[in-house]
Design a protein around this ligand. Structure first.
Ligand SMILES: NC(=O)c1ccc[n+]([C@@H]2O[C@H](COP(=O)([O-])OP(=O)(O)OC[C@H]3O[C@@H](n4cnc5c(N)ncnc54)[C@H](O)[C@@H]3O)[C@@H](O)[C@H]2O)c1
Length: 495
């Protein structure tokens, strides 16, 4: 993966702030220029939301946060940056002016992305000296959680720029899609605009309220879209005959009066007021910040569900999250300094919204997930990573005993520790504890036996020297520790 070394963000509003958080949390230093007198506060608030969301999103080790610096001039901000993201208001004259300034001050090989929602890159790059490095990098709000970036080149954008931009997105957890031809509003906003026009008509004509319209989306096709998009959803809707049958069945409806799409509603004062009032009622007193938090919790939950889908391989945005976590583990996990004088602290996370049950406590099976992640983290430390598993060997868990001692609640910071209580060439006997990070108190423990296996032969086999040589020093150091309280218990023993 190709990493961005230093980013510059020009404009730190809703979208610029989201980009700043995305870069910083991926360990990249960011210099910011935004003349708004409250830019520092606004960016700080977005960053705080992003940090909360990431703590719930992943237990993988995030790199140390990048350094955030606000600069007094655009020139100072872009100095030395290899990715510059322009996120100033959506006005062609302003964007051209800002891009020309960036062009004059930036490194000649810097990549320059514009967050524009719909302006053509050819129009944006018109006055640039090095127009070949300008492209549209259109993200979605909140940029720190939604992974998509539409990458669109203009007439003068070079193929090398597009390639380089696409390569730099996976290490920050994002997915670039290259839009083959430039068109106003690209792909995402064209679709949203069509839906938006139709929605405005439905409200204006009193067919439904804004709340009913949102319910229609979020209780139905909104759920489908998040995981399969449009065409694959319709393929399934065609039944066993698939897409062709679907087209035959619903094709004729295209000629019927099912859309007012080209007929643009007059967004007059009365309609603005009507939508404003209905939207206030729908919000039911929740502030924008509260709604943002709820949105982020929901998105984290959805991403995590998708990560576990498709037999654990992950699906769509969840598969991307899984790949991002593997990248984080490969970077941070390995570099972690090991203190062998106590149990290894392997997972630091927060109880995510997807992990809690109806009374706000962490659901039973999530304990096993955290302990499973703890074992996986230990295995990575001794060289049993994805590549090792793909070569045909692994450790399988053959026994687990979990004790529930305290409670883990939504948003609570937790961490897990692991003590090796026994190891030989085939067996790995571990004792994990889940702690409340604030007090250090133990919330739960898990004792597990793992067996080294030859997966192809389907039987236990001695671990090779490359693994044992990493395992033995940890096991030897842990042999000097006291046996953890509760080790060796079985179900039904009195406390
Ligand atoms: N809001 C969204 O959902 C969304 C989604 C994707 C893309 N975009 C695009 O992102 C861009 C920014 O939109 P936003 O919603 O963040 O707007 P915003 O108004 O929240 O932020 C714009 C920021 O740019 C700053 N600014 C103004 N002039 C500047 C200059 N000369 N130099 C540096 N900073 C300057 C402003 O002070 C402000 O903080 C637009 O092109 C928009 O179309 C927005």
């Amino acid at each position: 993966m190709t990493k961005i070394n230093k980013a510059a963000c020009i404009g730190g509003g809703v979208i610029g702030g989201g980009w700043i958080a995305r870069f910083l949390l991926a360990g990249i230093d960011v210099d910011v220029y935004d003349p708004h007198p409250e830019a520092t506060r606004i960016v700080g608030e977005v960053l705080a939301n992003a940090e909360k969301a990431y703590a719930m999103l992943t237990g993988a080790p995030l790199p140390p946060r990048g350094r955030l610096t606000f600069r007094d001039t655009l020139e100072a901000a872009v100095d030395g940056a290899d990715w510059i993201q322009e996120s100033v208001p959506e006005r062609l004259d302003l964007k051209r002016k800002v891009l020309t300034q960036i062009d004059a001050a930036a490194r000649s090989d810097a990549l320059i992305g514009s967050s524009t929602s719909g302006l053509l890159p050819t129009d944006l790059q018109r006055d640039m000296r090095h127009p070949e490095r300008l492209f549209v990098a259109h993200p979605y709000n909140p940029v720190y959680l939604l992974p998509l970036v539409e990458i669109v080149g203009g007439e003068k954008t070079s193929a090398a720029t597009i390639q380089a931009a696409m390569k730099r997105l996976p290490p920050i957890g994002m997915k670039g899609v290259h839009i083959a031809k430039e068109i106003e509003a690209f792909v995402g906003d064209r679709l949203l605009e069509a839906l938006w026009r139709e929605a405005l008509w439905l409200i204006k004509d009193d067919i439904c309220t804004v709340e009913t319209l949102d319910d229609v989306i979020r209780y139905s096709f909104g759920l489908r879209w998040a995981q399969m998009g449009l065409f694959q959803t319709y393929r399934i809707a065609g039944g066993e005959a698939g897409m062709r049958h679907f087209l035959a069945q619903f094709g004729p409806a295209l000629q019927w009066n099912w859309t007012k799409l080209m007929d643009v509603v007059d967004l007059d004062d009365a309609l603005v007021e009507k939508i404003g009032q209905q939207s206030d009622e729908q919000a039911d007193g929740l502030s924008i910040r509260e709604l943002e938090r709820i949105r982020d919790e929901n998105l984290v939950g959805i991403l995590q569900s998708l990560k576990g889908s498709h037999g654990g391989k992950g699906w769509g945005a969840g598969k991307l999250l899984k790949e991002f976590e593997q990248h984080l583990w490969a970077g941070g996990g390995a570099k972690q300094a090991l203190d062998l004088t106590k149990p290894l602290r392997l997972i630091d996370t927060k109880v995510s919204p997807a992990w809690v049950d109806y009374n706000g406590h962490m659901t039973e099976h999530r304990y096993l997930q955290v302990f499973g992640d703890t074992s996986d983290a230990l295995l990575r430390l001794i060289g049993v990573d994805l590549a090792y598993v793909e070569r045909g060997h692994s450790y399988y868990t053959v026994e687990t005993h979990i004790r529930h001692i305290g409670e883990a609640r939504l948003g609570q910071a937790i961490h897990s520790t692991c003590q090796i209580v026994g190891a030989d060439e085939k067996r790995l006997h571990v004792f994990h504890a889940l702690h409340d990070s604030a007090s250090g108190d133990i919330i739960a423990t898990a004792e597990q036996m793992l067996l080294h296996v030859d997966a192809k032969a389907g039987k236990a086999a001695a671990a090779p020297e490359e693994v044992l040589s990493k395992l033995e020093p940890i096991a030897a150091a842990h042999a000097a520790l006291a046996m953890p309280e509760g080790a060796g218990r079985h179900v039904g023993q009195k406390r």
